[in-house]
Each structure stands twice: as structure tokens, then as C-alpha cells.
Ligand binder design. Structure first.
Ligand code: ADP
Ligand code: MG
Length: 455
């Protein structure tokens, strides 16, 4: 059975991210096999419960697959000798890069000679934690970084705020600069572009402005292009900038919190150009990815988070990595100020007065998972395009529940369901609402799913 277990484990290793593997499965040890029960141990009680709740059926299925006989799994805790948790010295938060960027940005007056754009190495691919939610965008960014102007042009990155869009922009720029120190990399937010344009128009800086963006960018990174909305003159200028760069085969990378089609008051000719290359979206990270992000940030600050603390934080803050970091900073500060060890209780206390996502209801991700389980379909199908009733009905129910419990907007729901149009979501929600009003069975079904949602 030990060999079977090891074979099952290698099968799992191929199915999950290496991060999840190390975090969960890699920590399980074989502890014996007797009358159909395979005993495993793990060194952390919290982790044991977690694996038991979430992964036991996966584990059992794999072992049964390899062993070819029914096997039940029991997971115990082998507690290692207690380690004293050392209260870390007060953490001096590293200077936030974004605070540094604006002053370092090119301004027309003081930098006629194209200064080196300062790139903070902290925003790199190495420090970007990859999970299912951002795997695609990460791969797209790496590909552009390694083949600027040859892979996808423009690359359009979109996703909610605080999900790592700016981080990825700088990661690309870092790679391009490292490989090609002479590359002229121009970073500007849409807002700053507008400001510079206004200055240029009102003074005599127009030529310098155009020179900078049209002729002297090998790579143009424009952050937050949704801010171009309604700014006609800026859009006009950017249109010509875009054309000049694209025609001379220069790489353009854009970020936005909206899909091109959803940016209001944007000229059609820009909208269509935004879709010429590749559009890649960043979704909110799943629980495992959030835990990995926290661990990484903590590690960078020289501390190790107890597992139950990272899980507490990751389940309280779900939708935004920036807020997740904020929660971590708060907990760590609280810990060093009160000079108490970093435990789950302490973390809960530190966050007591902070309104976190846990107060906003279950996440869409949770709802999708629970609905998928209830109807015995795959989450991927709910997010997919199949229209068959077997999938379409659970999908509508899931959309309805997201609207009701996750406090999500119709476009947000559309995004979470594989980029569906918000009108599709509205239609589905209305349909379920109307049907539930007259159909007691449907009402009961919805209630039974609602009972499974976390409070
Ligand atoms: P956005 O530009 O999308 O609003 P940022 O790029 O400013 O978000 O990211 C907010 C913070 O979250 C940054 O400190 C960034 O390093 C961090 N962050 C976001 N996603 C990740 C990730 N996948 N791995 C590590 N850090 C991340
Ligand atoms: Mg940003």
C-alpha cells in the first residue's frame, strides 16, 4: 500500500500546482494500512482538518485508482515538538513602489533627455504568485517580456483593482530592461498622460511630448487606460501615439479595470485597437493562491506565518491582494506592538474592527464551487459556454446566488462566469427569480444550497 500511496501522490502532483502540492499533499506521510484503511499523518491539526474537508475524496479516488481496491483514508496529526513563535521585530514596510513612481515619472520640463525609468525589482515575475486565477495573464506577460513586439501587440491586461496589473507591467519592464539595457521603456498612467498632454498644449511642450511617446518609446506601458474614458482630446492624442508605435513595431502594453467593450465613452477606433493583440484577464486569486501570496510577503519581511494565521487572513480578505497585504501588515504590527506571539486568536483580534470580505458574504468562487457540487457538474462547465440545460440551469442558479449573496455587480458576475455579458447575467437572475416565485421545488433547492453557503 505504501507504494500505491506514493504512486497516487505522484499522480496528484501532476494535477495540482506545485504550490498546492507542497502546501498540502507533500506534507502527508504514510503511517500504515490495515483492513482497507490507509492511515496518513500531517504535522498540523489545522491542515489535517483542511485536507480532510477539501481533498479527502480526491486522495481516496487516486489511491483507489492505483490500488484497484476500495480504500478509505484516515488522516491523523503527528504533532512535532512545539516551536516557540518568535515575535518579529517591528516590520519596516518596504517603500511602496507606486508611491515612488509618480515623482520618478518623466515630466516634460525637468527631463528632456529621457531619464532611465526606475524599475523596482520587487515587482518582478519572481515575486508574483501564480495560481489558476492568473496563470493565463502571467504566461501572456512572460511571453511578451521575452519577445517584445513579436508575441502580442498590444497586450491588454484587465481585471479588478489590487489584483497585480501594475505589478505585472513592471515585471515585464524589468525583464525587457535586463535583457536589453538600451531599450527605451516608457511607463505612464493614462491620467499622467493626460496631465502631460495638457501641460504640453498650454506651454510649448507639445513637440517634446510627441517625441517622447511617439518616437522615443521602444516599449510603452500605459497603466489604467480606463481613465481615458470621456477624455476626447487625450484619446485623440493616444490614438496617434498608438498608431505610430504599432506601425514601427514597438511593444504596447495596457492595463485596465474594464474590458475594452465596457470602457464607457471610449472612441470606437481605440476600442478596436485595444483588441488587436491579446486580452488577458486577472481574476481574484483562489484561497490557496492567497495563502501563498501571504506566505511570500511574510517571508520577504523575515517572518513565518503559522498556517492557521495565513488561512484566517486569506479567508477574511478574498477579493483584493492589496487589501490582503494591508491585513497582514496590520496583524504583524499588532503582534509586535502587543509583544504577543502571532496566533490565530491574535490575528482575529487585530482584524476585529476591519471590515473584511468575510463580512460581505461568501465569494463567487465559493458559490460556484458549492453549486457545482450540488448539481454534480464541474465549475469549469458553469464558467463555460455549453448551453445544454444540464449545465445552463445550474449556471443560472449560481448567477442568481452570486447576485444575492456575494454582493457582486452583474458585470462582475459575468466576468467570473468566463467573461459573459452582463445582460446574460441579468437575464439569468430574472429568470430564476421569476421561476422561484411560482415553483416550490426550485425554492427548496435554492434554500438547500443556501444552507451550504458559509455564513
Ligand atoms: P492593480 O494594479 O491591479 O490595482 P497592483 O499591481 O498594484 O494591483 O497590486 C497590488 C498589490 O498586490 C501589490 O503590492 C502587488 O505586489 C500585490 N500582488 C497582486 N497580485 C499578486 C500576486 N499574484 N503575487 C504577489 N503579489 C501580488
Ligand atoms: Mg495598478
Amino acid at each position: 500500500m505504501k507504494a500505491n500511496w506514493e504512486a497516487a501522490l505522484s499522480a496528484i502532483r501532476r494535477q495540482v500546482t506545485s504550490d498546492s502540492f507542497e502546501r498540502f499533499f507533500g506534507r502527508l506521510s504514510y503511517a500504515g494500512f490495515e483492513s482497507g484503511v490507509l492511515r496518513l499523518t500531517v504535522d498540523d491539526a489545522f491542515l489535517r482538518d483542511w485536507i480532510d474537508d477539501n481533498y479527502r475524496s480526491l486522495l481516496e479516488a487516486q489511491v483507489v485508482d492505483v490500488a484497484g481496491e476500495p480504500v478509505r483514508i484516515e488522516i491523523g496529526v503527528a504533532i512535532p515538538p512545539p516551536v516557540e513563535v518568535v515575535v518579529p521585530a517591528p516590520v519596516v514596510a518596504p517603500a511602496p513602489f507606486l508611491a515612488l513612481a509618480p515623482s520618478a515619472q518623466v515630466t516634460l520640463e525637468d527631463d528632456p533627455d529621457f531619464p532611465e525609468f526606475p524599475l523596482n525589482p520587487q515587482y518582478s515575475f519572481d515575486t508574483f504568485v501564480v495560481g489558476p486565477s492568473n496563470q493565463f495573464v502571467h504566461a501572456a506577460c512572460e511571453s511578451v517580456a521575452n519577445n517584445p513586439a513579436r508575441a502580442y501587440n498590444p497586450l491588454f491586461i484587465y481585471g479588478g483593482t489590487g489584483l497585480g496589473k501594475t505589478h505585472l507591467l513592471f515585471a515585464i519592464a524589468n525583464v525587457i530592461r535586463a535583457r536589453n539595457p538600451g531599450a527605451r521603456i516608457n511607463y505612464v498612467s493614462a491620467e499622467e498622460f493626460t496631465n502631460q498632454l495638457i501641460k504640453g498644449i498650454s506651454g510649448k511642450g507639445m513637440e517634446a511630448f510627441r517625441e517622447r511617446y511617439r518616437s522615443r518609446s521602444d516599449v510603452l506601458l500605459m497603466d489604467d487606460v480606463h481613465n481615458l474614458a470621456g477624455k476626447e482630446r487625450t484619446q485623440e492624442e493616444f490614438f496617434h501615439t498608438f498608431n505610430a508605435l504599432h506601425q514601427s513595431n514597438k511593444q504596447i502594453i495596457l492595463t485596465s479595470d474594464k474590458y475594452p467593450q465596457d470602457i464607457p465613452k471610449l472612441e470606437e477606433r481605440l476600442r478596436s485597437r485595444f483588441t488587436w493583440g491579446l486580452i488577458a484577464d486577472v481574476m481574484p486569486p483562489e484561497l490557496e493562491t492567497r495563502v501563498a501570496i501571504l506566505d511570500q510577503k511574510a517571508h520577504r519581511d523575515g517572518l513565518t506565518l503559522p498556517t492557521d494565521v495565513s488561512f484566517l487572513l486569506a479567508s477574511r480578505v478574498r477579493s483584493n491582494v492589496r487589501e490582503l497585504e494591508g491585513a497582514l501588515t496590520r496583524v504583524v504590527a499588532y503582534c509586535s506592538l502587543t509583544r504577543r506571539p502571532l496566533t490565530r486568536e491574535l490575528a482575529a483580534e487585530a482584524l476585529k474592527h476591519v471590515l473584511t470580505d468575510a463580512d460581505k458574504g461568501p465569494s463567487m468562487e465559493t458559490i460556484l464551487r458549492i453549486v457545482a457540487e450540488h448539481f454534480d457538474v464541474k465549475v469549469a462547465d458553469l464558467r463555460g459556454q455549453r448551453r445544454h440545460r444540464i449545465i445552463a440551469h445550474p449556471r443560472s442558479v449560481a448567477m442568481y446566488l452570486c447576485r444575492k449573496h456575494a454582493q457582486a455587480s452583474f458585470p462582475q458576475i459575468g466576468e467570473s462566469f468566463g467573461g459573459k455579458d452582463h445582460t446574460t447575467v441579468i437575464h439569468a437572475c430574472k429568470k430564476i427569480e421569476a421561476a422561484a416565485a411560482s415553483d416550490a421545488a426550485l425554492r427548496a433547492l435554492i434554500q438547500s444550497i443556501e444552507r451550504k453557503l458559509p455564513a
